[in-house]
Design a protein around this ligand. Sequence first.
Ligand code: ADP
Ligand code: MG
Length: 416
Amino acid sequence: MKILIIGNGAREHALAWKFAQSKKVDSIFIIPGNGGTASIGTNIEADPMDFEALHSLIATRHIDLTVVGPEIPLSEGITDFLQEKGVKVFGPTRHGALVESSKSFSKGLMKKHGIPTADFTVFTDLTSALSHVRNQQFPLVIKADGLAAGKGVFICDTYETAEKALTDMLAGGIFGEAGKKVLVEKFLEGREVSVLALTDGYNLLPLIPVRDYKRICDGNIGLNTGGMGAIADHSLCDQEMHEKIMSRILRPAIDALRAEGINYRGVLYAGVLISNGEPYTLEFNCRFGDPETQVIMPLIENDLIDLMMGTLHSNLDKINITWRKGVALSVVAVSRGYPENFQKGQPITGLDTLSPDVLAFHGGTTLKNGELTVSGGRVINLVTVGESVEACRQKIYEEYKKVEFEKIFFRKDIGL
Ligand SMILES: Nc1ncnc2c1ncn2[C@@H]1O[C@H](COP(=O)(O)OP(=O)(O)O)[C@@H](O)[C@H]1O
Ligand SMILES: [Mg+2]
């Protein structure tokens, strides 16, 4: 089969790496890809948002399966467009992607179908939002309705911070259309875990639970990022909690989507907060996470083709997913300054000296004339599989001594 992956992050590199192990795959194309995917498949410089051009490329290259990594093309209807032309696409339609692209849609769906989540109110008008917030307990959570690249959530400890967030979004337009509608949510206290599941719209195949580390600094402080590291570990949820997450969150969500006329296929990602032993849904995402995918793929024993085709052929109930023993851990190295201003263009060295049991999934890298350079904020993910989180931690931090680029920065507390 010929596979096309849309995206340019370490998530897409991890997917390409996993596809490359399949006997069913002859070639892999990535649009636009990065320095890491260039050594597994063929990067194609094209605009994934130009659906017409994308379709003719898929036709001329005889692509059998197109896998969409990021949420933006999904929310813009890439799947609808390509499916209409007979292309096999992994990823939900525009309506399905609403679970992520509109938090008010998503929370409304949860409320209507009894899926546990924090209480919330939706506002489009600043005056009403402010008068509501004046009567609330703090902290409280304010969220932009639309896609905001992980920057649209504010945990507010005081009325003044809430007022600023609301004013910035509803009057100042800091997120454009995405922030013209906001949610004011009750703050929940607890620990977070993400459970992703493959689905064909009826059946769910849950993946190993993951935890990601969102903030830039050790101790989970500082600015929010796309993700600085992750662990995949079955023991993040005991069996009872896993059962609750499936029966109260993921299964009802798929049933709810179907009840709304949405045949959701692909990955449904539940961000869960466990408070006093009960799971609450923080959000749904309509795609694989980054860096979550980088720790999930190395643990899956199945052929990724079988899993993805299962979502398209509605036979996930016939598939048994099996896992390598152990846990996986990923630490992301960024170019210092990320997620704000950071240096690009500097050479990266040492990746060819890594131990064979460590994987390097590339994010912001470019390979040109044999030279690998930094081209984005989150540069490299080093990933390993081991018996315990602690063993993986030690391994990864030891291996990072070999990797160099100017302004390299990574968290030292992933997995602690
Ligand atoms: N109701 C809530 N109570 C406590 N923390 C929350 C709540 N909602 C969100 N958060 C925190 O904010 C983070 C981002 O919120 P989320 O809804 O996942 O938005 P996004 O990932 O789109 O930025 C969560 O991972 C969590 O740490
Ligand atoms: Mg989130």
